[in-house]
Design a binder for this molecule. Structure first.
Ligand code: NAD
Length: 419
């Protein structure tokens, strides 16, 4: 397990961030090493019945990074480029994210290397149910609770919940979050990550005496996170000047209407030919003249190769790991404020936590209660991180990591090492 360069490999990137942060903490060497590697990793190769009668073998993963602060929590990703190292990185970031938000969880992640766009609905269901049965030895409401991530939907979460429940012989809604509301999902969960991104953006601007009103925003990735962030920022008075998806993007300095973009995306499946803007590519999107850039697609999008072209004053990370450590250095030198993923996109896991609590109690809250609690936790976490950054004279990513790692290390110290 010795990944190469942080620019090429997400796990190397997560480790580079970790190594930078632990220099500011006086951890025992053994504890430092313990948190550098995942607690456990499962690789599954499994068959799926395809519509034409053939059988295809897929590879999936589930990784638990740390269990010190509670059961593990983390999404499941479907993407052709999913690798074990990517899942390791995402699991480690989940540990830090839950600790930054002070949620009682460790970090996990899962993924299947597949292209869901090439699968029929039935094939997608077969794949999801079989993957769920393969990882059923790890997941459970007390042990590890999956959620949606890239290309996984509330419907897929429902299939995973149902498969796990069938295996147990009774309904276990608390095994997965991000479910549809009629099967134990939480109000507000579908919008939660985007709502958190909006709150983080608002707080970051306010900390520099700026307002969301009229702020120009460019969003890379118009999926769950990107589209909701754009809609809520627009609602709060910001001006969405550009948005993109895998097809490319659309730019209009006078402003785009996120609802119209969503409708166009729904009808055509692509943003690039949206009639209300000029077509741009993803390189152009990242270089858009704007106040706030929200990468909300994949990791390693802002790199040493393009960080000097970013023209935003703020980068608010909707995606996990969109900025490489080299790019971080370049952005910091240029005075760009980066609100790190483990803080900016933590709204999703926070409302997933609310969903899990509601499922365990079989007692459900109103959307207003959920949004108020999310607002409180996001604002608290933002200001804790900002105060730490000012105190230690470090950037927000380093401050968030220092805060998170010290919380996890403290838990390990109190629990002790078995036996
Ligand atoms: P999604 O599948 O709903 O949307 C992803 C979007 O990104 C799609 O519009 C897709 O077309 C676009 N995209 C993919 N590759 C791209 C590329 N190379 N360039 C431009 N656009 C591209 O996924 P999501 O749930 O919105 O997740 C997006 C990111 O946010 C991921 O990094 C994920 O880990 C992170 N995240 C998601 C959640 C959540 O609750 N869903 C929570 C925290 C973080």
């Amino acid at each position: 397990m010795t990944p190469t360069r942080a620019e090429d490999n997400p796990y190397a990137m997560a480790l580079a961030q970790y190594n930078r942060a632990v220099k500011h903490l006086a951890l025992k060497r053994g504890i430092e090493d313990y948190l550098r590697i995942p607690r456990r990793e499962l690789t599954v190769n499994f068959p799926v019945k395809m519509d034409d009668g053939s059988i295809r073998i897929f590879t999936g993963y589930r990784v638990h990074h740390s269990t010190a602060r509670g059961p593990t929590k983390g999404g499941i990703r479907y993407h052709p480029d999913v690798t074990l190292d990517e899942v390791r990185a995402l699991a480690m970031w989940m540990t830090w994210k839950c600790a930054v938000m002070n949620l009682p969880y460790g970090g996990a992640k899962g993924g299947v290397a597949c292209d869901p766009k090439q699968l029929s609905l039935k094939e997608l269901e077969n794949l999801s149910r079989r993957y769920a049965s393969e990882i059923a030895i790890l997941i459970g409401p007390e042990s590890d609770i999956p959620a949606p991530d890239l290309n996984t939907t509330p419907q897929i979460m429902a299939w995973i919940t149902d498969t796990y429940s069938v295996l147990r012989g009774y309904a276990v809604p608390a095994v997965v979050t991000g479910k549809p509301v009629p099967v134990g999902g939480s109000l507000g969960r579908a919008q939660a990550t985007g709502r958190g991104v909006m709150i983080a953006t608002r707080e970051a601007l306010a900390s520099m005496n700026r307002s969301l009103q009229g702020a120009r925003v460019a969003v890379q990735g118009f999926g769950n996170v990107g589209a909701v962030s754009a809609a809520l920022l627009h609602q709060a008075g910001a001006c969405i000047v550009a948005a993109s998806d895998t097809s490319g993007g659309t730019l209009n300095p006078r402003g785009l209407d996120p609802a119209a973009l969503e409708q166009h995306k729904g009808e055509t499946g692509r943003l690039v030919d949206y009639p209300g803007g000029e077509p741009i590519d993803n390189a152009g999107l990242l270089a858009t003249e704007c106040d706030v850039l929200i990468p909300a697609a994949l990791e390693q999008q802002i790199t040493a190769a393009n960080a000097d072209r970013v023209r935003a004053g703020f980068v608010v990370e909707g995606a996990n790991g969109p900025t490489t450590p080299e790019a971080d250095t370049i952005l910091a030198e240029r005075g760009v404020v980066v609100v790190p993923d483990i803080l900016a996109n933590a709204g999703g896991v926070t409302v997933s936590y609310f969903e899990w609590v509601q499922d365990l109690q079989s007692f459900f809250w109103t959307e207003e209660e959920i949004n108020q609690r999310l607002e409180r936790l996001m604002v608290r976490a933002f200001h804790e991180v900002k105060d730490m950054a000012e105190d230690k004279k470090v950037d927000l990513r380093l401050a968030a990591l220092i805060r998170a790692i010290s919380r996890v290390a403290e838990a390990i110290k109190i629990l002790g090492i078995f036996p």
